[in-house]
Structure formats: C-alpha cells, structure tokens
Design a protein around this ligand. Sequence first.
Ligand code: ARG
Length: 473
Amino acid sequence: MTDSSSDAPGKPAPSGQAMWGGRFSDKPAELMQAINVSIGFDRRLAAQDLEGSRAHAAMLQKTGVITSEDAQAILGGLDKIGAEIEAGTFPFREEFEDIHMNVEARLTELIGPAAGRLHTARSRNDQIALDFRMWVREACDRTLAQIKGLQRALIAKAEPNAATLMPGFTHLQPAQPVTFGHHLMAYVEMFGRDAGRFADARQRMNESPLGAAALAGSPFPIDRHMTAQALGFDAPLANSLDAVADRDFALEALAAATICAVHLSRLAEEIVIWMTPQFGFIKLTDAFTSGSSIMPQKKNPDAAELVRAKAGRMLGAFTQLAVVMKGLPLTYSKDMQEDKVPAFEAFDALELSLRAMAGMVADLQPAVETMEKAAGAGFSTATDLADWLVRELGLPFREAHHITGAAVKRAEQLGCDLPSLPLTDLQALEPRITQSVYKVLTPAASVASRMSYGGTAPDQVRGQIKRWKEILA
Ligand code: ARG
C-alpha cells in the first residue's frame, strides 16, 4: 500500500464533502479534516471493505435492487481496486476521510455513476462495523494458529526434558523439585485456555452487521442472510441498533489478548531469570539475545524483555477501547472511529510476541546439570521427609512437619543438605526413623513419587505431552 495522496488518473475525484454536498455548501475547516480523517489507519481494512462491498453488490443484484449491468460494473471496478491495493498503486487520499469513501471515490473514477448505487441500503455505520468485525475475526484466527505454534514449540522442548530435574518455586524460593518438562507443560495448559478464549470470542462475534444500514434497517428488500453467508458469518445480527452500536467483539478479543499477553510475560520473565548467571538454568543463542555497547561480557535477553513489556500494550488497548465505549448512547457515535488503532496495535504486538516466544522456546537449551543441582538445594525434599514420617510411622502431618523443620535446622547447622544429614541426627529427632528414609530424599525420587494426576512424575508429564500432541494434531 502507498501513502500517495495524489489524484488518480481519470476524472477528477469529488472531494469527500461532495458525498453529502447536498446539505453542505462550505468545505470543512482544515482542523476538522485533521481530527476527522481516519484513512491513515483504516486503510488496513481495505481488504475487508472490498469483500463486504462485493457481497453487498451481489445481494443487491440478486434481490433486484440494482440491475445486473450495474452490479457487474461495480464488481469489475471492485476487482480493479483490489488489484491496485495489492500492487500498491491505490490512491489513499485524505480528502476522502476514510476507507469507505476512498473506495467509493475510486470506484466512481473507474466505472462512473453506477458506483453510486453500491451504497444503496447500506451506511458507513454497518460498513465499518462489518469491516472491523471481519478484521478482528481474522486476527483471532491468526492468533489461534500462532498460539498452536507456540504450544508445539513448548511440547517439543518438554518432551526430551520430561525427567530433567529443576527446582519448583513458590515465592521464588525453592519449594519442591519438579521437572523442566512439567514446568513447560504448565504454559501449554495456559496457552490452551487462551486459545479457547479466542475461539469462544470468534464464535460469538461471527454474526454479520451488514444490512443494519445507518441504524434502523433498510426499506429495500435486502437479504441479510445472503450477505452473512457469503462473508462466512453464521447469521445476521438480529438487532440493527446493536449491530452498528456495539464493539464487544473487539473488547472480548482484546481481553483474550490481554490474558494471553499476561501468560507470555510470565514466561518471558522466567526466561530472563533463568538466563541470569546466578540461576544459569538455560542458554539462549545469539539469535534471541543482544550484547552491550560498553560491557563486552554481556548477553542480554532483550527479546524476552520486550515480550514481557508488550503485555502493557494489550491491557492498554483493552482499557482504551473500554473507555471509548463506556457511556456512549446508542447507536453509532464518531467516538467509535477510535476503536481500531488500539486493536491494530494490540494484535500486531501479540502476534509478534507469540512468534518471538515460539522462537525463544525452540532456541533455549537447559543447563541440565545446573538445574539438577539446584533442584536439590534449599532442602527441597523436606516435604518428602514429612510425608515419609506420615506414611511409614503413622505420624499426624503437623507433627511430621515439626520434626522435619527441626531436621532442616540441624542440616543448616551442619552445613549439609537433607540427603546427607546423618541418620543419628534424624534419629535424635525421631528414633523410629530408619535408613530407608534416604530413598525419598533425592530430588529424582521426590519427583518420581508425585504420580497423582497432573503431578510432576516424568510418567505423568509424558502422559500429558501425549494428550496435547493428540489435541494439536
Ligand atoms: N470512519 C468511520 C469509523 O471508523 C466510519 C463510520 C462513519 N459513520 C458516520 N456516521 N460518520 O467509525
């Protein structure tokens, strides 16, 4: 697409004002044009606008509202415009305000007065509601595909690491050992629900506003079911006022985008933490890191940091649109022209983030030894000791918890970890403790024992990987 504002060849184009010139005798103030114009951003709706116009023209012909000669001329002209847009030669002109009037002006230049029949039984109000809805619908579809791509990358990394030990954290303090595969699969679940939210939103938004016209419907014998079907909608929206007035479809998609971005930012934050030399859990190649202009040793996780930051755009976009919409009386108000930029920005950022994250996940390599060592640090198998006391000696869990706490304190005094705490020290706390307790105190044993459904035992993790592979196949 070009930003050319020069006139196209052929008949001089009417100015935007001429669209309603019957009522107006003066041109708009320059400032009015500056605040009113939207072609700078709604040109991104050109493809949807043309598709909607094609369906509308075909329907007008079928219902006898326009002649087939006019319909053919219109459809031919729309094809030419489509080719111009594709070739980057379409003249997007500010004097025609928005995408709808730019297309109509160009159509007039190309086919003459027949162009004026395309807008029969239609208003820019149902037109923009349609274009924007179709754009958001496509954005949901693209996002859904990218979420799947990210899930596949996570699964591919989880599979060889189903038994790779790492510390599980609460409060970012070592809690219990888990496996790296289990940790990655947690995100597969989160992104799975994100996909579900986009799919739900998509289904709910899939009703067509076209034919609501300005707000009240049309006196022409139009067939809204026909256009709805032609444009891939399940049905026409059942209330014309609702059709032109609401933007909940975009709000819902932006809410889904925000939640997805929150998930992305948490994974991004973990990548940042894991990459620090202090943690040293993973390595990223040069592909997703950058250096410092002054500190030669640096390898910074910039891509992860930017994914983390971009969550702000999604939430900002949702907030922006919600604030634009709140308190607007039915039906259309020009405020609603401000609905598009936040959605464009949010989905641009989300799609980029999803792709970058899939790339980073594929790229990252776990430092298996460092992770396994860390998995045993911080007395991470203390719960396993307490559980052993409950299981083998029949102690109430509270008492077992107390004894284990004392064992941790003793190990801390001796400067050792739980698996190397001498049996005599354990027996000083509870004489019935036997040598066999040590079998449960290694991180590997701890992890392997957590066979409850959804637990971190490698076999459980492999089962979940298998399940997800089938879902995504
Ligand atoms: N450019 C407008 C928008 O984005 C199109 C609808 C204009 N409708 C109107 N009644 N002025 O919302």
